[in-house]
Structures are given as structure tokens and as C-alpha cells.
Design a protein around this ligand. Structure first.
Ligand code: NAD
Length: 253
């Protein structure tokens, strides 16, 4: 794995929330960072507002679009000359009962949350390997660890991503690429504000031993650790950063 001072990370879904917090943390640790998002104006503004804007690159792409992903990885290689870490963070949530989930919603959630990390990793791996290896972190969810109502599309996409993480770790190890997943518990981002009703918030607080939502910075810390050489022998793992939710095993409705 790279210990170069020019270490470069690509974070998808980086215009806000957990992805933007991860980009901030990479920069604070001396990395260069490409921020990719489907929302072009938002990612341009987010990158420009970061410390060390000269060490950032804003990219507009939909992670479920193979051509857009290939072009974005090409721009990272062109601008920075290497890629040491990829954080597959872009994701969307549809919380609906199974019988009310439309096929178009199911398909879009699977395309962004599961096909996106497949495509981004497939495009990034050769660039990483050319530089001696690297690390991928897939952002899954506690909703992919345990089933509960309303999460048929979202939870299934994240469970699939947990398995994809292991598949990727097994195949990319020989290229010097480690692949792990972080499974966040609830974090009060724009996504959570959109899909967490007051009842869902209460259910989470009752089921989380630490009794609170996680902070974006707490997720960023774990993500950047897994990308760093401090985690050099860790691969194929799904690490829940969830205030103890998974350990407690208290089911959600
Ligand atoms: P968010 O909605 O605040 O940010 C997600 C970002 O991804 C947005 O900037 C959005 O524009 C971008 N995005 C969406 N679709 C995209 C696409 N097709 N291509 C490129 N970019 C796209 O969400 P967040 O809460 O910061 O979530 C980040 C990740 O963490 C997601 O994968 C989410 O599923 C996961 N997660 C979040 C929580 C939570 O409670 N917030 C819990 C568990 C897991």
C-alpha cells in the first residue's frame, strides 16, 4: 500500500453528509481528494469551500453510469497521477413497505447503492494497482445487517454491498488492494432527515446502547483509518460504526 506523500482519495457522494466529512478528514491527514457527486453545483461549491482547495478536484457523475464513472476515474488519474483510496459512499434511500415499493424505485436504489460501487471499483482498481495498490471502503448500513420494515430496497442493496465487499477483497488482494465496508448506524444527514420519521428516530434511540445518532465525523474517522496504512492487514471486513446497535440485537419493527 502507498505511503507516498501524494496519497490521493476519491470519495463518491461527497457534496454533503458523510462523504463530505470523509473528504475533510482525508485533507486534514494530508491526502489529496477528488469529490464526486451527481449534484454538480453542490460538489463544486463543497470542494471550493474546503481547506486546501488546490488539493481537491470536483467531479460530476452518476455512479450508476458506466461511461460517466470511467470518465471520472480518468480525470482523477490525469489530474493527480495516482489513486490510493476509493470510498464508495454515494447512496440513496427509499423507505417504503414492500407492497408499495415500485419497481422503478427498487431498480434505482439497487443501481446507485450496489451497481455504483461495482462500477467505481472496477474502474478504479487498475489505476490503484498501477500505483502499487490501495484501499476501497464501501459504505453499507446497519439496514444491510438486519431486516426491518420499510427497507426492502435499501436494506437489500446494503446487504448486497456487504457481500460485494468480500468478493472484491478476495479478487483484488493480489493487486495489493484492500476492500472493507463501514456500516453506519443512523447519522442525522440530509438523507436521514428525509426518511427518518419521529417513530423511526425513537426506535433507533431505544435500540442503540449509546442512545444517540452517530456524527458524520465519527464515520469519517473510521473510513480514513481503513484507507490508511494503519489498517494494512485489514481486508474483507464489514465494520459497524453504530453505537452498539448490531451488538445489542434489539430489532427494529
Ligand atoms: P446524503 O443524502 O446526505 O448524501 C449522499 C450524497 O450522494 C449526496 O450528495 C447525493 O447527491 C449523492 N448521490 C446520490 N446519488 C448519487 C449518484 N447516483 N451518483 C453520485 N452521487 C450521488 O447521505 P448520507 O447520509 O451522507 O449517506 C452517505 C452514505 O451513508 C450512503 O451510502 C448511505 O446509504 C449511508 N448511510 C447513511 C446513514 C444515515 O443515517 N445517514 C446510515 C447508514 C448508511
Amino acid at each position: 500500500m502507498s505511503t507516498t506523500p501524494d496519497r490521493t482519495a476519491l470519495v463518491t457522494g461527497a457534496a454533503r453528509g458523510i462523504g463530505l466529512a470523509a473528504a475533510r478528514r482525508f485533507l486534514a491527514d494530508g491526502w489529496r481528494v477528488a469529490l464526486l457527486d451527481i449534484d454538480g453545483p453542490a460538489v463544486e461549491a463543497a470542494a471550493a469551500a474546503l481547506d486546501r482547495p488546490e488539493a481537491t478536484l470536483a467531479l460530476t457523475a452518476d455512479v450508476s453510469d458506466p461511461e460517466a464513472v470511467a470518465a471520472a476515474i480518468g480525470r482523477v488519474a490525469e489530474r493527480f497521477g495516482r489513486l490510493d483510496a476509493l470510498v464508495n459512499n454515494a447512496g440513496i434511500a427509499v423507505f417504503k413497505p414492500l407492497l408499495e415499493t415500485r419497481f422503478a424505485e427498487w431498480s434505482r436504489v439497487l443501481a446507485v447503492n450496489l451497481s455504483g460501487p461495482f462500477l467505481c471499483t472496477q474502474a478504479a482498481a487498475p489505476v490503484m494497482a498501477a500505483g502499487g495498490g490501495g484501499a476501497v471502503v464501501n459504505i453499507t448500513s446497519i439496514s444491510g445487517l438486519r431486516a426491518s420494515t420499510l427497507r426492502v430496497a435499501y436494506g437489500t442493496s446494503k446487504a448486497g454491498l456487504a457481500h460485494l465487499t468480500k468478493q472484491q477483497a478476495v479478487e483484488l488482494g493480489e493487486l495489493g488492494i484492500r476492500v472493507n465496508a463501514v456500516a453506519p448506524g443512523p447519522v442525522d444527514t440530509a438523507m436521514a432527515k428525509a426518511v427518518h420519521s419521529p417513530e423511526i428516530r425513537k426506535d433507533y434511540r431505544d435500540a442503540i446502547p449509546l442512545g444517540r445518532y452517530g456524527l458524520e465525523e465519527e464515520l469519517a474517522e473510521t473510513i480514513v483509518f481503513l484507507c490508511s496504512e494503519r489498517a494494512s492487514y485489514v481486508t474483507g471486513q464489514v465494520l459497524a460504526v453504530d453505537g452498539g446497535f448490531d451488538a445489542a440485537g434489539i430489532g427494529l419493527p
